[in-house]
Design a protein around this ligand. Structure first.
Ligand SMILES: [Cu+2]
Length: 291
């Protein structure tokens, strides 16, 4: 799910190819140097210490190899970004310690920790940070890009096939940084269109206790809950994971999260809520309706 050695997008393929060339080339040169060293030690051939050989192997050879490598890397650089017109733009804002994901064009909506994209189509991500420096890295799809407060970095990526690709924050951002993962979910164009229409819709129902205890931090579009400190929960039940990849989104895990989120993800910014068992049941049943 998370390996740069099994690339599933054009940018990641270019990086994997470059790594192979560098490792293989480096290996061959290392073997040559070791062989020459051993030969020099045991056989002491005179030609190995002549000026001509030192100039050829010590200066000319590295210049030729490094120049060829430079030309190759410049040529490869163009492939580090998915080619084609990126009609779909998605804003990803890193927060301590989760990802806010906003889809703009034609009816704004927000989700968290999951970026859904149509397979085969290049998308453009606008990467920002709400607090400290984070780094966006989905190794199977593209290289790593830092998310820096006050700046917007852009990353174009495409997934060559359908699937779920894990990524994680790649710059230490304090506290539960190690539990700050995300998933890129690549689906067919048709599935993507259905999902997008679904996400644009507001939630059907409100929940009194949610409004009283949770709305300060969480939004459920279509109700009075409009908090922005935590993830938008309008379509929470449609997501695969809770709390930035920490737990799979199952009824048991949702209840456990509400009962004691600090146990699942120590240091995260959702406080202990002190809910009774009846309140827990009611809230997790409500969250399960937010498809
Ligand atoms: Cu981090």
């Amino acid at each position: 799910m998370q390996s740069m050695l099994t690339p599933h997008g054009p940018a990641a393929s270019a990086i994997a190819e470059l790594s192979t060339v560098l490792f293989a080339g480096g290996g061959v040169i290392l073997a040559l140097v070791l062989a020459a060293t051993a030969y020099a030690v045991w056989a002491r051939p005179a030609w190995l210490s002549r000026d001509r050989f030192v100039v050829a192997a010590g200066i000319a050879f590295p210049v030729v190899v490094l120049s060829a490598l430079l030309a190759y890397i410049y040529a490869l650089g163009g492939r580090l970004e998915a080619a084609g017109d990126a009609a779909l733009r998605i804003e990803v804002t890193a927060e301590q310690w989760w990802w806010r994901v906003r889809y703009g064009d034609g009816g704004q909506f927000e989700t968290a920790n999951e970026i859904r994209i149509p397979a085969g189509r290049p998308v453009e991500l606008a990467l920002r940070s709400a607090d400290v420096i984070h780094s966006f890295w989905v190794p199977a799809l593209a290289g790593k890009v830092d998310m820096i407060p006050g700046r917007t970095n852009r990353l174009r990526l495409a997934a060559a096939r359908e699937g779920v690709f894990r990524g994680q924050c790649a710059e230490f951002c304090g506290g539960p940084h190690a539990l700050m993962a995300l998933h890129v979910v690549s689906v067919s164009e048709a599935e993507f269109a259905v999902w997008r229409d679904q996400q644009r819709r507001a939630a059907a129902t409100a929940h009194a206790l949610f409004g009283a205890r949770c709305a300060a931090c969480h939004a459920v579009r279509g109700t009075d809950a409009a908090g922005t400190r935590g993830p938008d929960l309008t379509h929470f039940a449609s997501r695969l994971y809770i709390a930035a990849g920490t737990l799979p989104n199952t009824p048991g895990n949702v209840t456990a999260w509400l009962a004691d989120s600090q146990h699942a993800k120590p240091g995260n910014l959702m406080p202990a809520m002190g809910l009774t068992p009846a309140e827990l049941q009611s809230l997790s049943a409500y969250l399960a309706t937010l498809k």
